[in-house]
Design a protein around this ligand. Structure first.
Ligand SMILES: Cc1cc2nc3c(=O)[nH]c(=O)nc-3n(C[C@H](O)[C@H](O)[C@H](O)COP(=O)(O)OP(=O)(O)OC[C@H]3O[C@@H](n4cnc5c(N)ncnc54)[C@H](O)[C@@H]3O)c2cc1C
Length: 431
């Protein structure tokens, strides 16, 4: 009589979970293990292109890589893991029907949610950009502000509608501010009562540079470019309070604005803290094999492991680049624990980042080589096309980009996303 196959459960279908599950299903024979993917979403959201969704240059579905059709797992369950019982080796799943799922091997790849600070008004007024719903909502919201500004005859109200504040000048905030600013500038032609002088984009960060991830040279290039485009960039500055129609900055300025896009970093979802396991900066501490404890591994934004190539004692940064590769290493190590292959430690030297600044401009640092302008743009687009892990998505993204070359984005709000779904406090971070 054959022993029944081991149950391998992967939680989270982001970069780490998706690549782990896909590789596990490839390398583990069915009689050795059954792989189950449990995720709150039915797709891998290719978040590096979320700024393009917000700017209306990509349809949201283009960057949603479907789990069904891409993964050959035994089972794909859409639901949220609410609790893990390590002693009895089971996870409690909510959403659809409540169920308890037993595991022999568990992979935790729950990613991250937007980091909130105790800034007054933030949880009600701030907009995040971590999920597809948020990306679509931000797009609709900005268009709605243009529409409302076009309707009013009061110059002060118009000014308030057309003042957009982005907090955080890392890659997510800078790319999004740059691309949305270009979108609003281009769409002025469709709102003849609005003028370029009415539009005001403000990017603030406590840091003293933009795009710190790409180093000072590229940061300076991006700063000059965006200031030339008319963006009001205030470094060493943050938002101290906000409410609809008013945003206070730490330099004393009070801006009339209905839009605060909050991109000040990420933190793992509450489930991670509730596990009561050792953490570093909120992330679960794993060893170099990405092992968390007996028969449990963790990777991606939710997990912390020391980066031997980084600054002394630093963990690998929370990027897709690492999450994806950690997923592959976890697959190998889980398989090895089931007698298939040998384990391997996670080691990866950062390959650099890319940031699309809209128009023909971008900055990129592939393998440490700093690139700007059109060449960086080509590298950025090419990189994403190769990195999207599904041919159907790749084709559709390429098609949208080709169309964008000959046609400007259409000023239509879909209105499908309810404000509650796009509020900063996302579904996964609700207590
Ligand atoms: C706007 C933006 C731009 C970015 N640009 C880049 C870039 O250019 N390059 C780069 O390398 N990185 C970039 N990143 C960072 C990158 O997206 C993340 O580092 C990466 O997504 C982390 O992957 P992950 O698998 O750890 O988690 P995630 O991709 O966050 O996925 C986590 C998954 O877990 C699921 N989940 C969470 N909690 C539960 C639960 N309790 N139960 C079930 N499922 C759960 C979620 O639904 C999701 O499917 C960007 C991020 C953003 C937001």
């Amino acid at each position: 009589v054959c022993a029944s196959p081991a149950q391998v459960v992967v939680v989270g279908s982001g970069f780490a979970g998706f690549y782990a599950a896909r590789r596990l299903a490839q390398i583990l024979p069915r009689d050795v293990a059954e792989v189950t993917m449990v995720s709150a979403t039915d797709n891998l959201t290719y978040s590096p292109l979320l700024p393009e969704v917000a700017a209306g240059r990509l349809d949201p579905r283009r960057i949603a890589v479907p789990l069904h059709g891409s993964l050959r797992c035994s089972r794909i369950l859409q639901g949220r893991v609410e609790d893990i019982d390590f002693e009895n080796r089971s996870v409690r799943v909510a959403g659809g029907e409540q169920m308890s799922l037993s595991y022999d091997r568990l992979v935790l790849a729950t990613g991250s949610v937007t980091r909130e600070l105790p800034t007054p008004g933030l949880s009600k007024t701030g907009l995040g950009l971590k999920t597809l719903a948020e990306g679509q909502f931000v797009h609709d919201h900005v268009l709605q502000q243009m529409q409302l500004a076009d309707t009013t005859t009061d110059p002060a109200l118009r000014r308030g509608r057309l003042t957009f504040v982005v907090v955080g000048a890392g890659y997510a905030g800078t790319e999004t501010a740059a691309q949305l600013q270009r979108m609003t500038q281009k769409l002025l032609a469709s709102f003849p009562r609005l003028s370029a002088e009415d539009l005001r984009w403000v990017l603030v960060d406590l840091n003293t540079m933009v795009l710190p991830e790409l180093g000072p040279r590229l940061g300076r290039y991006a700063l000059r470019l965006l200031r030339r485009r008319g963006m009001d960039i205030r470094l060493g500055t943050t938002v101290t309070a906000m409410r609809p129609g008013e945003v206070k900055l730490s330099d004393g300025t009070v801006l009339p604005s209905h839009t605060v896009l909050w991109t000040v970093g990420v933190t793992p979802p509450p489930l991670v803290a509730e596990l009561g396991l050792p953490e570093r900066r909120g992330r679960l501490v794993v060893d170099e094999y990405l092992k968390l404890r007996d028969d449990v591994w963790a990777a991606g934004d939710s997990a912390a492991t020391t980066d031997p190539y980084g600054r002394e004692g630093r963990d690998y940064p929370p990027t897709a680049q690492h999450a994806q590769r950690q997923g592959l290493v976890i697959a190998r190590n889980v398989a090895a624990s089931l007698g298939v292959g040998t384990p391997k430690p996670y080691r990866h030297r950062d390959l650099g980042l890319v940031a699309d600044l809209g128009g023909t401009k971008a900055v990129a640092k592939p393998l440490g080589v700093p690139l700007t302008g059109l060449i960086a743009k080509v590298v950025t687009k090419g990189y994403h096309l190769v990195a999207i892990p599904h041919r159907a998505n790749r084709l559709r993204v390429a098609a949208d980009w080709l169309i964008n070359l000959v046609s400007r984005p259409m000023p239509t709000q879909l209105g499908h996303v309810q404000p509650a779904a796009a509020q900063l406090r996302s579904e996964y971070s609700k207590p």
